[in-house]
Design a protein around this ligand. Structure first.
Ligand code: GLN
Length: 469
């Protein structure tokens, strides 16, 4: 397996051509897809054509010359299908490309395909896809994690060297942890959401999933930055790749109390191992308390589902994709939405509609927004005293496919440590640090202060390179 940085080197030295590289990855995709189902669509011809086009260009003019990349299928790429793994978007082709896609293409990347996800990115396992579940790259009997399961599995299987995911409550970090790859959720506002199909607009962010911290950092520096097309995009200078990895020393906040009996023993041990490693590397450990963690999941589901009930109104059978029959307009709406959406999406729309309805709005949505504010204030206080906060990424290992599908509440618990970064809006990264006795990776999460991606990437790289995976 080669990293993006290694591939760039080979391509620039002309030791391999973009065409040869794309062909190699396509071959792996063809071998692995029948089992793993990481892709919804593979654009073989288009990718090879672009590779030929790029061969006529000067590699030195591009940062990602000839690098194949996979894109989660809730991000728009012009002329490619955009399914969000939903029946309701069947046959819909995007008329335009997301800002992140334009930035990647401008730097010479080659889009090889669109990856599988839980329908509209709602889920923790990539089982809630109209196109069938993606399987875990370490053991295909187990779930891939989600919702960016396709992207994480594609990278781990070497079907592609790098991929984009989206993260509303952990969807980049959790599947990265389940498959042993690196996933970064940038600060809210850092990466343009223009062209990302909205799940919960106040929480969604696009980010990279890769084999190493450095690969993820490189892609982050390319996709991040101000975009007038996204009104929540922030105009703050993005870190330069060369200035990220300086082995700086950090003050690391550790909320020990959150490591309860519910956390798997080996994940606990791995987490404590990482604390010792950080001390060995010369960092300072500071005990911190997260008083509101117990409320985070509840707050997350109230706010995200409320936003879902509004954002998904646009899928009505008139504008996009699938349309069911009906005697009148209302029936067309009802039949299209009843047939087009899967159970999990319907569940979230119902919860969200309830939380926003007259008489319950103050009780649920407003109260959740107030608690969100308290969580944010607690984090701002903590960051007065520490540079970063570490937690395990997920308290559990991947479960068997089908095991929790009847009880989504059990699945939601896997997001306990990841939803906070979205509620607060801060950047967070998941890195594998060890392999457990069951063969699955153990990962930790590093959260940083607003727009301090540089700090979490620099620190993540220090532990990643010293854990020798
Ligand atoms: N697993 C979480 C959920 O089900 C987060 C999903 C996401 O980040 N897109 O909502």
């Amino acid at each position: 397996m080669k990293t993006v940085l290694e591939l760039i080197n080979l391509l620039k030295k002309k030791e391999i051509t973009p065409y040869e590289l794309v062909s190699e990855y396509i071959q792996t995709i063809e071998e692995k897809e029948p089992i793993y189902n990481a892709f919804i669509n593979v654009y073989k011809e288009e990718a090879l054509e672009r590779a030929i086009e790029l061969s006529k260009k000067n590699p030195e003019d591009y940062l990602l010359y000839g690098i194949p990349i996979a894109i989660k299928d809730n991000i728009a790429v012009e002329n490619m299908e955009l399914t969000c793994a939903s029946r309701i978007l069947l046959g819909f082709k995007s008329p335009y490309s997301a800002t992140v896609i334009k930035r990647l293409l401008n730097e010479g990347a080659i889009i090889i395909g669109k990856t599988n996800l839980d329908e509209f990115a709602m889920g923790c396992s990539t089982e809630f896809s109209y196109f069938g579940a993606t399987r875990n790259a370490i053991n295909p009997e187990y779930v891939a994690g989600g919702s960016s399961g396709g992207s994480a599995v594609a990278v781990k299987l070497n079907e592609v060297p790098i991929a984009l995911g989206s993260d509303t409550g952990g969807s980049i970090r959790q599947p990265s942890a389940f498959n042993g790859v690196v996933g970064l959720k940038p600060t809210y506002g850092r990466v343009s959401r223009y062209g990302l199909v909205a799940f919960a607009s106040s929480l969604d962010q696009i980010g990279p999933i890769g084999l190493t911290v450095k690969d993820v950092a490189l892609i982050y520096t390319i996709i991040a930055g101000y975009d007038p097309k996204d009104s929540t995009s922030v105009n703050i200078e993005v870190d330069k790749f060369e200035e990220i990895f300086k082995d700086r020393k950090y003050k690391i906040g550790v909320p020990k109390e959150i490591i309860t009996e519910d956390v798997e023993k080996e994940i606990k041990d791995g987490f404590y191992w990482s604390i010792n490693k950080f001390i060995e590397l010369g960092h300072q450990i500071v005990d911190i308390k997260l008083n509101y963690l117990n409320y985070a999941l509840g707050v997350y589901h109230i706010i995200s589902s409320s936003e879902v009930s509004s954002n998904l109104l646009r899928f009505d059978g008139i504008r996009y994709g699938y349309r069911a029959d009906g005697k009148n307009l209302e029936e067309v709406y009802i039949n299209t939405r009843s047939e087009g959406f899967g159970d999990e999406v319907k569940r979230r729309i119902l919860i969200g509609t309830f939380c926003l309805s007259y008489g319950y709005y103050d009780e649920y949505y407003i109260k959740a927004s107030k608690v969100r504010r308290l969580i944010k204030e607690e984090f701002l206080k903590i960051f007065e005293n520490v540079d970063v906060i570490i937690t395990p990424t997920v308290p559990v290992f991947p479960w068997k496919i089908g095991e929790k599908i009847e009880d989504p509440m059990k699945m939601y618990l896997a997001d306990i440590y990841t939803v906070i970064a979205n509620l607060v809006g801060i950047p967070a990264i998941s890195i594998p640090i060890k392999i457990a006795s069951n063969g699955f990776p153990i990962s930790i999460q590093i959260m940083g202060n607003y727009f301090k991606e540089r700090d979490i990437l620099d620190l993540a790289n220090q532990i990643f390179t010293s854990s020798n995976l």
